[in-house]
Design a protein around this ligand. Structure first.
Ligand code: PGA
Length: 256
């Protein structure tokens, strides 16, 4: 299976800055057969960057979108409008769930809308610190995972990517709250078992599972060698060119 290195730029960079940064990334990375490098800029930058990007090296993702195709939804952008501009869509990121109150229903509809528009969904799941402390992690993850995928046909399940991002480990500044590779390994096994139970072994084994939460050039190698982890979803470190490139190079070393 390929490895996926995804940079989530969140609400950062102007259109001009996004273009300059993409230019730098394109210069410093090469096309890999076994690694898919994906960046998720803001909506305003997606269209110009889609004309600039070399898809053999880097693919574009939306950070979110509206599941309706068209209509009276002021301020929204749909997967239908993004078709041909992006290849991937991040769906259900914890910031969307928490700050913008995206429900499981919205997320399920977004996964279906992305697939309907030939956009690969990257479905994010993850528990809060409280849920983690009270031992509810497995229940929360099972609900988010199977809930998010419940409108996906058996045939389309293999087109989905899952990203596990424990909310308590996102954007941390002290090492003490960073998730350990062992913890991630246990959760990766649980997610894989849940997928096997729902969709059968061969389908489940082919679904890429990414880890995200305070990934940086120092810890990327350790997360990438966790059994069952097929890539990384990176926030903060993806905004710093040298760090993002360093992580891509680490992924290549791990692959080789
Ligand atoms: P982080 O963000 O790498 O800054 O923790 C990850 C994410 O929110 O996707």
């Amino acid at each position: 299976m390929k490895s996926y290195i995804v940079g989530n730029w969140k609400m950062n960079f102007s259109v001009g800055e996004s273009s300059v940064y993409l230019h730098k990334l394109l210069q410093k990375t090469r096309a890999f057969r076994d690694i898919e490098v994906i960046v998720a800029p803001s909506f305003v930058a997606l269209q110009p960057l889609s004309l600039q990007v070399d898809r053999k090296k880097i693919r574009l993702a939306a950070q979110s979108a509206n599941p309706h195709d068209f209509g009276a939804y002021t301020g929204e952008v749909s997967y239908t409008q993004l078709r041909g501009i992006v290849d991937y869509g991040i769906i259900g990121h914890s910031e969307r769930r928490q700050l913008f109150h995206e429900s499981d229903k919205d997320i399920r509809a977004s996964v279906a809308a992305a697939l309907r528009n030939q956009i690969t969904p990257i479905l994010c799941i993850g528990e809060t610190e409280t849920e983690h402390t009270f031992g509810e992690t497995h229940d929360v993850l099972r609900d988010q995972l199977l809930g998010g995928l419940s409108e996906v046909s058996a045939e389309d399940i293999s087109k989905v990517i899952i990203a596990y991002e424990p909310i308590w480990a996102i954007s941390t500044t002290t090492d003490s709250r960073i998730a350990s590779p062992d913890e991630i390994g246990e959760i990766a096994q649980f997610i894989r078992r849940t997928l096997v139970d729902a969709y059968g072994e061969s389908t489940a084994e082919a679904i890429p599972l990414l880890y995200g939460g305070s990934v940086n050039p120092t810890n990327a190698g350790a997360y990438l060698t966790v059994p069952g982890i097929n890539g990384l979803l990176i926030g903060g470190a993806s905004l710093i060119g040298d760090q993002f490139i360093d992580i891509i190079e680490t992924a290549k070393k791990v692959k080789d």
